[in-house]
Design a protein around this ligand. Structure first.
Ligand code: C5P
Length: 222
């Protein structure tokens, strides 16, 4: 029997990361943050000062970059070519670079097998944009999480305020809308729900409520 996979796709800020981590913990399954792979390549490309308009250099960079996830006392750490890049990975600027790199078909192809390698017993929760459509089309259960752009900007705004980063709500909302448009309009693996995905709109819902709804979709002895 194949190893069970639960895919959680959706736009940035819909709560995928938080929900996926909690659900993976509750199920005792592995967790794949596929966005972190694109972000890690983005960080490596920035370190190497690569031109974002040079796809072949970016593709080479994707093949050459060592990406390692480590469970530490302060949560998951991400090592890029052996160097801890966890904080750099979360920056808005890194997200923007990742989103540009993610539009290159050969980059997506190069990351395919790396993502599928996370599918190990007893199961996997995979979070991203194309987990249910491209990477794990045979997933056991598929979720597409959404929230209004305003709600996503509000959540991000609060997160950044807590961290003491000052940004305007309007600026964030504009960035979110631009990234959504880019992710939805690209020709390879555009952001769209798998036909067999269950849509959950998290606008106005608490994390616990979303977690319970997602867990209810996983067969008991998958
Ligand atoms: O989810 P996260 O914001 O970390 O992803 C960063 C960027 O990587 C996204 O904007 C998207 O362009 C890209 N991405 C992707 N496919 C995935 C995960 C992320 O194209 N499965």
């Amino acid at each position: 029997q194949p190893v069970p996979v639960l895919t959680i796709d959706g736009p940035s800020g819909a709560g995928k990361g938080t929900v996926s981590r909690i659900v993976a913990g509750r199920l005792g399954w592995h967790y794949l943050d596929s966005g972190a792979l694109y972000r890690a390549v983005g960080v490596a490309a920035s370190w190497a000062d690569l031109d974002l308009a040079d796809p072949s250099a970016l593709v080479r960079c994707t093949f050459d970059t060592a990406i390692e996830f480590r469970d530490g006392s302060e949560g998951l750490r991400v090592l890029v070519n052996g160097t801890d890049a966890t904080s750099e990975l979360r920056l808005e600027t890194t997200g923007a670079v990742a989103s540009a790199i993610a539009a290159i078909p050969e980059v997506r192809e190069a990351l395919k097998e790396r993502q599928r390698a996370f599918r190990r017993p007893p199961g996997l929760v995979a979070d991203g944009r194309d987990m249910g459509t491209v990477i794990f089309p045979d997933a056991t259960a598929k979720v597409f999480l959404t929230a209004s752009a305003e709600e996503r900007a509000r959540r991000r705004h609060n997160q950044l305020k807590e961290k003491g980063v000052s940004v305007t709500f309007d600026g964030l909302l504009r960035e979110i809308l631009a990234r959504d448009a880019r992710d939805a309009q690209r020709t390879v693996a555009p952001l769209k729900p798998a036909e067999d995905a269950v849509l959950i709109d998290t606008t106005g819902l608490g994390i616990d409520e979303v977690v319970e709804r997602v867990l209810a979709l996983v067969p008991k002895h998958a």
